[in-house]
Design a binder for this molecule. Structure first.
Ligand code: PLP
Length: 843
């Protein structure tokens, strides 16, 4: 085995990384030295790696500024339809390398840092992840920003600038420990604060009804301070804006009637207001009805809508005269996409502005609102659906509650007119749920207040129409759409897997990066021994590099010729990390039973964060680490089987582990994973998928051919049939001896000898109330894994399947997803048009 190339060496050969012209390189070096001196105020005697990172970040940022200003100027001049993507999460990860990729500056920066005697990779590792998201939903928003800019859409991401993002996960004694993510500690070179555009956001108070309309009075004000981050498109000179709001207390906060002593307390109390943007709620697919979270949701919505309407009114073509501003054109100029129900208050807030402030009639305002808003649903799990208690809304947002009631009244009148006499339908479809606590169903609000409702993979969109939103589909079938998720090939191939990006470019050129369907051309090379060898070689290099990372950072040695079997995603019962565990222990028992039988070596890696309040998820982590403690130290096993828990899974770790994976675990219970996007990242990076017919796996199998994935287990219809029959875990336990052995081991303390009852909760759940039917798929899963191992022995055939998967992954570019949103929901036309660069003449 030859030594793997360092990234620095590899990049020099790479065409997809831009050209390292001598002039460019010397300009970059000058910029770097200038920033080290003037921005960092250091010289090379005292500068540390972090200083060099910041100097480089500022140098690269300088290349964005002109394009950013030009793009915004261009939007003002041309006044295209603006697309607003509202999300409580933007899981951006690192920005430096992404900026270099999209600006085509990678080779030049590599050469510049090389000439300066610095290690580019070491600099990049200094950057903190912008972890303003939990998992797939937040990462989707980040991929969409990249694609919207790359397709030349006049788009904006709007969210919250959390002071603390998703917690850092430490593992201590096998348990998850959470640490605060103080990502802004050393400053953020990618953001620009805009205090001059601060916006007041109102809370609490009461509603006054007068002849000229309703007035929301006696409110408490919190200021929303915008921070702008540039979002460069892929080599098209477009730079869009992500605007994140930070909460600031007004200077007179609590100072109205202070007395001596009250002043100090009043200043201290500013924290109360500023807590709104303090921390990201760390739940994935789970609704926690906390007042602070509701404040966050309204805060981002109110500040954003204020901004949207200000921009609409100041448009070159619109009237600046408030009396004459017509909102007729609003839906033609503005599209608002709601990323889940989290920003659903945009609907009553837009109504409030139009009716109470702009004095539109209810009917006119409602028409404008519905034509402007669209809603994306991300899950069918009932525990994830937002249902806010009325009593919270009543105190925090009294006028919005009134508006929601009015929307509901008019809506139910319509339902009743369409389905006369169907009283239960009214109850089912009401925005207001009666019960011990009265609640507002935010998904219902979104469906009623939007012109388009979409699921995120075909199977998921079908389930929405057939089950969760069936009544709504029957009323307004034309609203329901599908938009299968995607990922950006810039970050998830060019950035994270330069070796693979290059061997592909050597065969089909580099246009595929902006037009991923072109990967189909790789089918011409499935029998090409040179290409097969190149693809296998890149994978082996990535595996060696990841093994070196694990050894350096985590002091664990793994067998780099073993099959890398990877499951990385949030820890959740529905994602069934427990099924993976049962398989690992089954393999362990088989080795112990017949130690001399041939065995295909495996390294099973599982990573992901558990929500801090999710007991079962935390127990699952402890189980994985406990299985590792036994398996990894058993001399009979040796290096044939290892089980690792990958600590602190996040975007920057995904970029390392996914290119090194042979096998991608996508094993949720059919019908529970709306789409998944991790599955797509693995497919694009040359891993084979073992998965259920769930989420986007269904379409991946369709694109690649089912024979090129390892599909196993129950389909949605089988799960439904089993539900009707009644799922009995004990039946499987008694009929499958290997399953019984594993469960008995968990139950007897085999993996927790010092605390034999440690995993009884897990066993009890699996045996008696497992909503996700782990045992029902156990046998099919284990058999399917046998096929995986058998194929892995044949590197050539394995790699040919890998190539067929890569060739079929074009559909899963977020460019395709965004083009569909643009045409089918937003009424905007995507282009790959380049706008003039700062050093080019204007048209
Ligand atoms: C892509 C991604 C996810 C989503 O993974 P799924 O397997 O689709 O749940 C979660 N976290 C990170 C860091 C990701 O990059």
């Amino acid at each position: 085995m030859s030594r793997p190339l360092s990234d620095q060496e590899r990049r020099k050969q790479i065409s997809v990384r831009g050209l390292a012209g001598a002039e460019n390189v010397s300009e970059l070096k000058k910029g770097f030295n200038r920033h080290l001196h003037f921005t960092l105020v250091k010289d090379r005697n005292v500068a540390a790696t972090r200083d060099y990172y910041f100097a480089l970040a500022h140098t690269v940022r300088d290349h964005l500024v002109g394009r950013w200003l030009r793009t915004q100027q261009y939007y003002y001049e041309k006044d295209p339809k603006r697309i607003y993507y509202l999300s409580l999460e933007f899981y951006m990860g690192r920005t430096l390398q992404n900026t270099m990729v999209n600006l085509g500056l990678q080779s030049a920066c590599d050469e510049a840092t090389y000439q300066l005697g610095l290690d580019m990779e070491e600099l990049q590792e200094v950057e903190e992840d912008a972890g303003l998201g939990n998992g797939g939903l937040g990462r989707l928003a980040a991929c969409f920003l990249d694609s919207m800019a790359s397709l030349g859409l006049a788009a904006y991401g709007y969210g919250i600038r959390y002071e603390f993002g998703i917690f850092n996960q430490k593992i201590a004694g096998g348990w998850q420990v959470e640490e605060a993510d103080d990502w802004l500690r050393y400053g953020n070179p990618w953001e620009k604060a805009r205090p001059e555009y601060m916006i007041p956001v109102h809370f609490y108070g009461r509603v006054e009804h007068a002849p000229d309309g309703a007035k929301w009075a006696d409110t408490q004000v919190v200021l929303a301070l915008p921070y702008d981050t540039p979002v460069p498109g892929y080599r098209n000179n477009t730079v869009n804006t992500m605007r994140l709001w930070s909460a600031r207390a007004p200077n007179e906060f609590n100072l109205k009637d202070f007395n001596v002593g009250g002043y100090i307390q009043a200043v201290l109390d500013r924290n109360l207001a500023e807590n709104i943007s303090r921390v990201l709620y760390p739940n994935d697919n789970f609704f926690e009805g906390k007042e602070l979270r509701l404040k966050q949701e309204y805060f981002v919505v109110a500040a954003t809508l204020n901004d949207i309407i200000r921009r609409f009114k100041s448009s070159k073509f619109g009237s600046r005269d408030p009396v004459r501003t017509s909102f007729d054109a609003f839906p033609d100029k503005v599209a608002i996409q709601l990323n889940d129900t989290h920003p659903s208050l945009a609907i009553p807030e837009l109504m409030r502005i139009l009716v109470d402030e702009e004095k539109l009639s209810w009917d006119k305002a409602w028409d404008v609102t519905v034509r402007t808003c669209a809603y994306t649903n991300h899950t069918v799990l009932p525990e994830a659906l937002e249902r806010w208690p009325v009593h919270l809304l009543e105190t925090l947002l009294p006028r919005h509650l009134e508006i929601i009631y009015e929307i509901n009244q008019r809506f139910l009148d319509r339902v009743y007119a369409t389905f006369p006499g169907e009283h239960d339908r009214l109850r089912r479809m009401s925005l207001v749920e009666e019960g011990a606590v009265k609640r507002i169903n935010m998904a219902h609000l979104c469906i009623v207040g939007s012109h388009a409702v979409n699921g995120v993979a075909r199977i998921h969109s079908d389930i929405l129409k057939k089950t969760v939103f069936k009544d709504f589909y029957e009323l307004e079938p034309q609203k329901f759409q599908n938009k299968t998720n995607g990922i950006t090939p810039r970050r998830w191939l060019v950035l994270c897997n330069p070796g693979l990006a290059e061997v592909i470019a050597e065969r089909i050129g580099e246009e595929y990066v902006a037009d991923l369907d072109q990967l189909r051309q790789l089918l011409n090379f499935v029998d090409d021994d040179g290409f097969i060898r190149d693809v296998a070689k890149v994978k082996q290099e990535n595996k060696l590099k990841f093994a070196a990372f694990l050894e350096k950072e985590h002091k664990v040695k793994i067998n780099p010729s073993s099959l890398f079997d990877v499951q990385v995603k949030r820890i959740h019962e529905y994602k069934r990390q427990l099924l993976n565990c049962l398989h690992v222990v089954t393999l362990y028992n088989r080795i112990k039973k017949e130690p001399n039988k041939p065995f295909v070596p495996r390294t099973v890696m599982i990573g992901g964060k558990a929500a801090p309040g999710y007991h079962m998820a935390k127990m699952i982590i402890k189980l994985i680490t406990s299985i590792g403690d036994v398996v990894n130290h058993d001399p009979v096993v040796g290096d044939r089987l290892k089980v690792l828990f990958l600590e602190n899974y996040r975007v920057s770790l995904a970029e390392k582990v996914i290119p090194a994976a042979d096998l991608s675990e996508q094993i949720s219970t059919a019908g529970t994973e709306a789409s998944g996007t991790g599955n797509m990242k693995f497919m694009l990076n040359g891993a084979l998928t073992i998965g259920t017919m769930d989420g986007a796996n269904v379409e991946m199998a369709e694109e690649a051919g089912e024979e090129n994935l390892f599909i196993f287990g129950m389909r949605v219809e089988d799960v439904e049939a089993l539900d009707r029959k009644g799922y009995c875990a004990r039946d499987y336990y008694e009929q499958l001896p290997e399953l019984k052995q594993v469960i008995d081991q968990l139950n007897s303390g085999f993996f927790s000898p010092r605390q034999p009852d440690l995993f009884r909760d897990i066993v009890n759940m699996l045996m008696n109330h497992d909503r996700f039917k782990v045992f029902a798929d156990y046998e099919a899963y284990v058999q399917c894994q046998e096929k995986v191992s058998a194929l892995y022995k044949d590197t050539r055939e394995w790699t040919r399947k890998v190539i067929r998967n890569i060739a079929a992954s074009g559909k899963f570019s977020s460019d395709r997803t965004i083009a569909q949103y643009a045409r089918e929901i937003w009424g905007a036309e995507p282009t790959r048009q380049r706008i003039p660069a700062p050093d080019e003449p204007r048209e």
